[in-house]
Design a protein around this ligand. Structure first.
Ligand code: PEP
Ligand code: MG
Length: 302
């Protein structure tokens, strides 16, 4: 069964009703991007950029970030790559930033909140992204982590527009889509209040579950309360899909790679599942068996 999954992993998953479920990869490095390609990822659904900042005494320069990003984009020509801006704080430490465990803790100045408090770091990163994609032929999507309010979204969009404006006259590319991670309960529940400002969303269930269940993802003593199958999570996801009003809703948390959850997410109307590259062949096989039993696998794509 594993061999069959690998052989068909490069074909898209198209359901009998004609809709295609994008099975994408979460990657954090060039090596992972290559692995994702090998395992049949249709796209990069989440490019985590923290590794560019980790293990360094100094923050990476714009040119250094651009070079790293350009290499990863080149591994996915003519596909969609969704780049997440820096997500620090909570479980993600960046030594060069000198983060404080409380100020930058799970309920603190983390993700986009940190970027808005340090606009120069965000601006350099956004310029690196727009420059890296200058002559790349794929679909460029950019998203912010840990978004809470509509004001957050507007501030992020303004930062993207400023970065693009600052590059006038230089080779760069504006993003095709600007989106957000939905991982804060207030954002998920009241998404209708910000949908108009967002092209797509990607649900970070790793964080959404910890915040909804009030159980830290890194704290083993409360692991019993960290319940991805709790009805509160699924009612919230259902409401989010409804209030997204046709915008793409992806899921990039670890539940996307669990067959029993992947099926339920697709049944809710989720259009894209993004996961560790190694999980892709098995999840594609599960979805194909369920959604397209009467349709032959599409042509092999390389
Ligand atoms: C998530 O929160 O579900 C997610 C995908 O992002 P991370 O695990 O990097 O916080
Ligand atoms: Mg997260």
């Amino acid at each position: 069964a594993h061999m069959v999954a690998l052989e068909t992993a490069h074909a898209p998953v198209t359901a009998r009703d004609g809709r295609t479920i994008v099975v994408a990869a979460n990657v954090a490095s060039l090596a992972e991007a290559h692995l994702a390609r090998e395992r049949g990822a249709d796209a990069i659904g989440l490019l985590r950029t923290e590794l560019f900042f980790v293990d360094k005494a100094n923050l990476p320069t714009e040119d250094e970030q651009m070079a790293q990003l350009a290499g990863i984009l080149a591994a996915f020509p003519e596909r969609e790559v969704t780049i997440r801006t820096l997500d620090v704080g909570g479980d993600k430490d960046i030594p060069a930033l000198g983060l404080d465990a409380v100020i930058h803790g799970f309920l603190g100045l983390r993700g986009l909140r940190h970027s808005l408090a340090h606009p120069e770091i965000l601006r350099i990163q956004l310029r690196a992204i727009l420059r890296a994609a200058a002559s790349w032929k794929g679909t460029l999507s950019v998203m912010a982590p840990m978004v809470t309010t509509a004001d957050d979204v507007l501030a992020f969009r303004a930062a993207v527009a400023d970065a693009a404006r600052s590059l006038e006259g230089q080779p760069h590319r504006r993003p095709d889509h600007i989106g957000i991670m939905v991982e804060v309960p207030a954002c998920a529940v009241a998404f209708d209040s910000m949908a108009a400002h967002v092209d797509f969303v990607s649900v970070g269930t790793n964080d959404l579950v910890q915040y909804m269940m009030a159980a830290e993802r890194t704290n083993a003593s409360v692991a019993n309360w960290y319940q991805p199958d709790h009805p509160a999570i699924w009612r919230t996801l259902e409401g989010l899909v409804q209030s997204a009003a046709g915008r793409k809703v992806a899921v990039c948390g670890e539940i996307a790679a669990k067959p029993e959850f992947a099926r339920r997410l697709v049944a809710l109307g989720i259009a894209e599942l993004s996961m560790a590259p190694s999980s892709i062949p098995a999840i594609k096989a599960v979805l194909r068996a369920e959604l397209c039993a009467n349709v032959p696998a599409g042509p092999r794509q390389t």
